[in-house]
Design a protein around this ligand. Sequence first.
Ligand code: NAD
Length: 442
Amino acid sequence: MVAEAGAQRIPPEPEGMSAESGRSERAEPPRQMSHWEAANFFFETAAERVGIDPEIVELLRRPYRELHVEVPVRMDDGRLAVFSGFRVQHSAARGPYKGGVRFHPEVDLDEVRALAALMTWKTAIVNIPFGGAKGGVQCDPTALSKEENRRLTRTYMVNISHLLGVQRDIAAPDMGTDKQTMAWMMDAYGSAHGYTPGIVTGKPISLGGSAGRREATGRGVALVTRDTLASLGMSAEQTRVAIHGYGNVGRFAAQFLHEMGCKIVAVADVGGCVVRPDGIDPGLLQEHVAATGSVVGMAGTWERERDEVFTSECDVLVPAAVGGVIHADNWARVQARVIVEGANGPVTPYADHHLREGGVTIVPDIIANAGGVLVSYFEWAQNIQQYRWSEEHVNRELETMLCDAFQGVRQRAEVEDASLRTAAFMIGGERVAEAIEIRGFV
Ligand code: NAD
């Protein structure tokens, strides 16, 4: 680990949260793994430790169903463009498949598989009655006009809709998609099946979306960061935070962490990285992003290469964009003492192994960013009941359920002398395996 001038001195940590945690876990993983291999590596590490039936492990090492569709779109200039789309359903052992839809140029089947599996573990850890799924379209939504985006979204939805259903598989936003995407998806589905708000979550509030859903993932990231800092004896006021990705997750994580007293000292998006050791005001940064489309050029900040955010001087690092960004070639230059995974799969197994050996506490994606799916669950429940919750009610339930689940993960890590990640996978894996056995799938 790089020694950091001016960093907070971290007092001795409670058992189970210590640098020693998980040292007994598997030997050094390969330097490189695909997203899917990485997701399975973490699951298998935990499954082996808790003794999940190897036949069930074998079943869960494969997604239940995968769909690859072509998505033809008539572009504004009259040309026909054909995009690749995916929907992967990993497990429905505990309830309908649930998972977001990613529009990104690098989306492929391997990544969507990994993201679908992570949803299975995430929904089980926060104990909501869903399974895991994910969707994606290989495209750059920022290069499409609004009309092209609308046509692409509707065609994708029509092409995967035979797999979806309010009690079968429910979609949501992810990278490159938002409440407008969900409104188009809901409408495309509804034109064949009738008004069905519960088919997607993350919708606009005027179409049956939930108060608090937009902020939910970032709010959850901030809540688990708060509880992690407390468990390590670190004060929010002395904590410097660096954030990779300033979209739905990164932006609200920055806002809530700032409100808790943390200093946001570095922020990166796809365009670059800006730093300010005295702290960046997320409110002003959001105004700048709304006006210019990027964090780059924010007044009072210094520009850095985009990936310098990972190695910037900070106490907490929040990756909140793409996966696999903290890896074999950059982990050793990470200065943060705590990594909170706002993104899905941002730390590779190799980097995870070495960072833990070096004493870094990593709060894994499957609990750190679970605030989003929790409020998606509230939205789905409200749609089914045709009833609306107040924002206060949503936020209270989110905090209670997420923080209770995180407490469970920390306790399990302590009891098992495991990392937080392995403890989270143990809890999720056991719950899913139990559902499979009781239901008599196999
Ligand atoms: P978003 O599309 O709203 O924002 C993505 C941000 O990442 C943008 O600021 C973009 O500029 C930046 N970005 C993209 N590629 C980048 C790169 N290579 N380097 C640096 N920055 C890059 O996406 P989001 O909804 O905030 O999702 C971010 C991550 O959080 C994803 O991993 C997603 O799976 C995960 N997540 C999202 C939710 C949710 O509710 N939206 C829930 C759980 C997990």
